[in-house]
Design a protein around this ligand. Structure first.
Ligand code: ADP
Ligand code: ADP
Length: 581
């Protein structure tokens, strides 16, 4: 098929292109380097990329005040084109105060790359409640974009953009296609109908079914178009997801009917309005159909546990505007698996007596991946299951930090040493980071002032977090007297893989033990800032476990901790030959 197929035109007639021509780039770059810089967020950098390449056509800049207001009130730009989602450029008050109308500024990415020159034509205040309510329909902070907006600068700026460079992307480069490149590739397939599929999740059999049905029904080509800019916090990372998309596209689809391309979209999780936006963006990439299933771009539940948008609101809104958009919604009811017939069917077409099966995202993690159990083939392709299992190893192959905290001489090191030996019996890889020992390595020179102690604890925390990330068990024993710093470490490691053990020995007992005579010296005033004597020890409020050393031996306490690790799945007790999976 040599003749190019005429794809649907971009929204507004032609693709916006804000890229400075090659011939002018060097000169503009030199000029930009003389300008005041404005560092923009990761989200704004994603938006800039889609503005620059025409993904947001006919929008050609971060929104002006009039467009922004009009989008909130009517879902349209002032020129009448539909555009349901605000695309602003926030700056803080200090920046807003120091900018002048008409001034050129250099926009830089979060990593300081020079991206564009912007002529500041407008600086205007905005109201977070108004945007939250009008664009996203809620003030609830469980809505991720609403929560995020509270941290944005209080002013928006807008003006003509001359883009020097797109944010640098080094991963999956061959799959990152601009709207123009996507169109060029799609034209070669020879199908007028292009069915776009938006996703922010790994693809399972149900999605494969959905996309294949839609492609067949419309006799077109599938544009598999995952968002890889920013998605919902907590989503599977895009590296993992893209590996699953590649595996599926290569093995399970007709190569003449699929184009996989990554979209650098910063999602808002704006449900129905976002679905209409997705349709506009996909039209710009050459698609005239968009698959819209249940709860498209859904943000989840609000703080009272109720879904923020109705499950089919997004479908309804896209359908309402589909003629004007030139993009037809391909609606899908929820699909379910029928084990007895080994096929998928729309839930509304299945009668109540028929047996159905499904596995939720939470079940995928908790019942399967966490236990090292293979996902069934009816649910996901083996290649996808394998990729997910690599990213989410079972607990017994994950790292974990066991963090002992307590007064000097409470019994942290003694217990930690016993625990380390016990763990080795089960074949796990252990690193012991004992505060005193560590001080001679990477905390040399640090003293006992509040700042130095914090640095000491943070350094142990950093090393522990790296080891944990790479699947090792770390046992740390350090006084770590301050609650805030311990919490920092907990966050660094990630709550699920951090176990805090409070060694709760009364000060008098620790003082009697005084193995190194330090308490005596502190009492005599020879050491200052000694924890428990003239510096506070802030006991943990919610440790995972408290151990007591007056009535329990180190061995008993170590066994109690080991039992907890076994119960949580970090340690497996059966010998490999006797395991059933
Ligand atoms: P998004 O947040 O963009 O909706 P998802 O990856 O969760 O991302 O979903 C992608 C698309 O697939 C959406 O249109 C969604 O409604 C649809 N979809 C997902 N799961 C199902 C399912 N089991 N049945 C029908 N449609 C589904
Ligand atoms: P830390 O690491 O908390 O400073 P150490 O483990 O170095 O404390 O010292 C604790 C001292 O208390 C050791 O000499 C140890 O033998 C003694 N001790 C007595 N009973 C216990 C117990 N049940 N658990 C831990 N240590 C104990």
């Amino acid at each position: 098929m040599n003749e190019k197929t005429a794809l649907i035109t971009p929204y507004g007639g032609e693709l916006i292109d804000l890229m400075v021509p090659d011939a002018e780039r060097a000169e503009l770059r030199a000029y930009a380097n003389t300008l005041r810089s404005v560092r923009i967020s990761e989200r704004a950098a994603c938006d800039l990329e889609l503005l620059a390449t025409g993904g947001f056509s006919p929008l050609d800049r971060f929104m002006s005040e009039a467009d922004h207001q009009s989008v909130l009130d009517t879902m349209r730009l002032t020129n009448g084109y539909l555009f349901p989602i605000p695309v602003p450029l926030p700056v803080d008050e200090e920046t807003a105060d120091s900018l002048k109308i008409g001034q050129d500024v250099a926009l830089r990415s979060p990593s300081n790359e020079l991206l564009a020159v912007m002529n500041v034509e407008e600086i205007y205040p905005w109201n977070v409640e108004e945007v939250a309510l009008k664009a996203f329909g809620t003030l609830d902070l469980r809505h991720p974009i609403v929560a995020e907006m509270h941290g944005w600068g209080k002013y928006f700026i807008s003006g003509e953009l001359r883009v020097l460079q797109l944010p640098a992307r080094y991963d999956f480069k061959s799959l990152r296609l601009t709207p123009a490149e996507t169109r060029a590739r799609l034209e070669q397939f020879g199908h007028q109908n292009v069915i776009a599929f938006q996703t922010r999740n790994p693809l399972h059999r149900v999605h494969e079914e959905l996309t294949k049905r839609a492609t067949m029904e419309k006799d077109g080509v599938l544009l598999l178009h995952p968002s890889v800019g920013m998605t919902k916090p907590g989503d599977v990372d895009h590296f993992t997801r893209v590996r699953t998309y590649k595996a599926l596209a290569q093995r399970y689809y007709d190569p003449d009917r699929i184009l996989l391309s990554l979209l650098p979209l910063a999602m808002r999780m704006g449900g129905p309005r976002e679905a209409v936006w997705h349709a506009i963006i996909r039209r710009n990439h050459g698609a005239n159909h968009l698959i819209v299933g249940r709860d498209h771009a859904g943000p989840g539940n609000d703080s009272t546990g109720k879904p923020i948008y109705g499950p089919y609101d997004a479908q309804d809104l896209v359908e309402q505007f589909s003629e004007e958009l030139g993009v037809a919604a391909v609606p899908f009811q929820m699909l379910v698996y029928l084990p007895e017939e080994d096929r998928y069917e729309e839930v509304t077409k299945v009668n109540k007596e028929t047996k159905t099966a499904s596995i939720s995202g939470t079940q995928v993690r908790e019942q399967y991946l966490q236990n090292g159990k293979q996902l069934p083939e009816w649910f996901t392709r083996p290649e996808v299951a394998e990729i997910l299992a690599e990213t989410y190893p079972p607990r017994y192959r994950q790292g974990v930090t066991v963090w002992f905290t307590g007064l000097h001489n409470a019994g942290k090191s003694t217990t930690a040493n016993v625990l380390t030996t016990l763990l080795q019996e089960y074949g796990r890889n252990i690193t012991l980071l004992d505060g005193d020992v560590v001080r001679t390595h990477f905390s040399e020179g640090l003293g006992f002032s509040r700042e130095d102690r914090d640095d000491h604890v943070r350094r142990i925390g950093f090393v522990a977090s790296e080891i944990t990330r790479h699947g090792g068990i770390v046992v740390c024993a350090a006084v770590s007297p301050y609650r805030a710093t311990r919490n920092e470490v907990r966050n660094m490691i990630g709550g699920e893989n951090y176990i805090e053990i409070f060694v709760d020995t009364p000060l008098e007992v620790c003082e009697q033990r005084d193995t190194k005579g330090l308490y005596a010296r502190a009492r005599r005033g020879e050491i200052v800032g000694f924890t428990g004597i003239d510096d506070p020890y802030e006991a943990p409020q919610h440790p995972e476990l408290t151990v007591e050393t007056l009535h329990h031996t180190p061995e008993e306490n170590a066994h109690m901790i080991l039992d907890m690790l076994i119960e949580q799945g970090f340690v497996r007790t059966e010998e490999p030959g006797l395991r059933d999976n």
